[in-house]
Structures are given as C-alpha cells and as structure tokens.
Design a protein around this ligand. Structure first.
Ligand code: 5GP
Ligand code: ZN
Length: 115
C-alpha cells in the first residue's frame, strides 16, 4: 500500500478529520473511530512506518514513553480500572491500518470486552 493511501497519513496531514487529544512534532494521539471502550485512543508517529519491523527503535521508544504518559492521563480522567496496550503487526495479527500505531484501551469492571 502506498503512503498516499494511508488513512493515518491523511489524518496527520489534516486531509481527513480526527479527534486529536494530543500532538507534538513527532506523534499524534487520536480517539479510535470505533472504540472498544470509552477512552480508546491510538498513539501514532506522524512519520509513516508500516509496523514494528519498519519503525526505528528510537521512535518506538519515544512512542512508548508518550503512551505511558497518556495511560496515566486516561486513568486520571476516566477512572478506569485497568488498561490494555495492543499493537498489531500484519494482517494475520489483526492489523488493518498499515501505519504503526499503539492502542490504549481503558478497561472497566464488568465491561466484558474481548481485546
Ligand atoms: P489495527 O487493527 O490496525 O490495529 O487498528 C486500526 C484501528 O484504527 C481500528 O481500531 C480502527 O477503528 C481505527 N481506525 C480506522 N480508521 C480510522 C479513522 O479514519 N479514524 C480513526 N480515528 N480511527 C480509525
Ligand atoms: Zn501512514
């Protein structure tokens, strides 16, 4: 798939809208369009990397540091009881958008969600 066809690149470029909760020069944190639970967000680099095999270790490290900060913010704001961090690589693993991203999925007692 070409970068021009990438939905997250389009979001980063402002070509399609998103609910952005945080961004800096390198990363963007957006609400998932189809949330598994209340507060399901995606953390993504602005640069296009396909997956864990494509992203460089430094960017992946910074992204995880940001994810940890966002996780704490979600807990503060939403009072969730737990959180899943999920990161899919390849179609077989459930990846549907081939621009590296990390899911932060707040969990609530009794939410009965399978992730
Ligand atoms: P994956 O299955 O690749 O790990 O996750 C892709 C995620 O991107 C899915 O949870 C899906 O709901 C979300 N998604 C797909 N298209 C859009 C979009 O246009 N905007 C937003 N905010 N999320 C999207
Ligand atoms: Zn992209």
């Amino acid at each position: 798939m070409k970068k021009e066809d990438c939905v997250f690149c389009k979001i980063v470029n402002g070509d399609i809208p998103s609910n952005t909760i945080y961004e800096n020069s390198e990363f963007k944190v957006i609400m998932d369009i189809s949330p598994a639970t209340k507060g399901h967000v995606l953390v993504l680099p602005k640069e296009h990397f396909k997956d864990i095999y494509d992203i460089d270790a430094e960017t992946a490290g910074k992204l995880f540091q940001l994810a940890a900060v966002v996780a704490r913010a979600l807990k503060e704001v939403l009072h969730c009881d737990g959180l899943n961090i999920i990161q899919n690589n390849g179609e077989i693993a459930g990846q549907t958008v081939f621009h590296f991203h990390m899911h932060l999925i707040p969990r609530y007692e009794g939410d009965d969600v399978t992730v």
